[in-house]
Design a protein around this ligand. Structure first.
Ligand code: SAM
Length: 313
């Protein structure tokens, strides 16, 4: 096993960016699990180099940096605006070993074998060819280097939430699963991403020539139970309020979603039923009433598959 550091935290508690980034990290992870289980499993040498593929605003890069400040972490993302935003956050947090570049996951700006860790979080579901990104991540790893992918399990499996305002009847659950499966199938057929990339990831990593050493789940499920003591619960409730204030997806997004369902074999009736089940007046009304009464208790099964693999050699 490589030498690793201890479990020092370095979140700057001040500043809006730090607060929102911490909330994002905490919604997906319990801090103790990251410090004591996940990061030690990675076996990254002191002073090692890592890439965070599809870094977005850098949530995973900052989370790792907060546990392992010794690492050089480079976040890459094709979206220049996100890269600029993450760069500002790194500067505000005084993280001079964390940097960001504009690049695509299928063409990483590193030579073969250059890195100790290649990681991604909620990215492989968004790309047209998850295998191409995983193969590229494998290429830039040194022999023995670590691959880490953290990806939603499967949109259809995660589509059914539980709360005390609108108990899910079996027929409704089956229908939601069926329609979401169609959505996912259509999305993949249109080359718009693979909602099953998480559950498939260990197989994809194996097919990319990596040695899969561990497959886990993240340890956190989103929940909001009165009196919503934690910032994460307050965040879940605030998001629900935002959803109720909004009129749902804008027409462009709605059309895009409908195309997915149709490409997955759905009829116009299936499209209408999908929107009704996920965003219709009935579900909105019961949620609003429970929120107003302060009684809403919700559990959202946001499980992610954590794939850990090593480059052989
Ligand atoms: C849901 S966000 C996740 C961001 C970040 N990893 C996090 O956990 O907060 C998905 C990210 O994947 C990026 N992305 C999309 N296509 C990509 C590609 N081909 N290569 C690398 N990143 C990509 C998007 O720009 C976006 O930032």
């Amino acid at each position: 096993m490589s030498e690793t550091t201890g479990t020092t935290s370095r979140w700057d508690p001040d500043g809006e960016e730090a607060r929102s980034l911490r909330l994002r990290a905490e919604r997906l992870w319990n801090r103790d699990y990251v410090e004591r289980v996940l990061v030690p499993c990675l076996e990254i040498p002191i002073g090692g180099r890592a890439v965070d593929v599809g870094t977005g605003f850098g949530a995973l890069a900052f989370l790792l940096a907060s546990v392992r400040p010794d690492l050089e972490i480079i976040g890459i993302d094709p979206e220049a605006g996100l890269v600029e935003g993450a760069t500002v956050v790194a500067a505000n947090l005084g993280l001079d070993r964390v940097s960001f570049r504009t690049a695509d996951g299928t063409a990483l700006p590193f030579p073969d074998g250059a890195l100790d860790l290649a990681m991604c979080q909620t990215v492989l579901t968004h790309v047209a060819d998850a295998g191409a990104v995983v193969r590229e991540m494998a290429r830039v790893l040194r022999p023995g280097g670590t691959f880490l992918a953290i990806e939603w399990t499967d949109r259809a499996l995660l589509s059914i939430s539980f709360d005390n305002a609108s108990p899910v009847e079996p027929e409704q659950a089956i229908e939601t699963y069926r329609l979401t499966k169609m959505y996912s199938l259509g999305r993949a057929r249109l080359g718009r991403g693979d909602d099953e990339a998480g559950i498939r990831c260990p197989i994809v990593a194996h097919e990319a020539g990596l040695d899969v050493v561990d497959v886990r789940l993240n340890d956190r499920i989103s929940f909001a139970i009165p009196p919503y003591r934690s910032p994460v619960e307050a965040g879940v409730i605030e998001e629900m309020r935002e959803w109720l204030r909004s009129e749902g997806p804008d027409p462009g997004t709605k059309a895009w979603m409908a195309e997915n369902i149709r490409a997955g074999g759905g009829t116009d009736q299936d499209v209408a039923r999908y929107f009704d089940l996920t965003d219709g007046p009935a579900v909105r009304a019961v949620t609003a009433a429970a929120l107003d009464a302060g009684t809403l208790a919700a559990v959202i099964p946001t499980a992610m598959v954590v794939t850990i693999a090593r480059r052989p050699g």
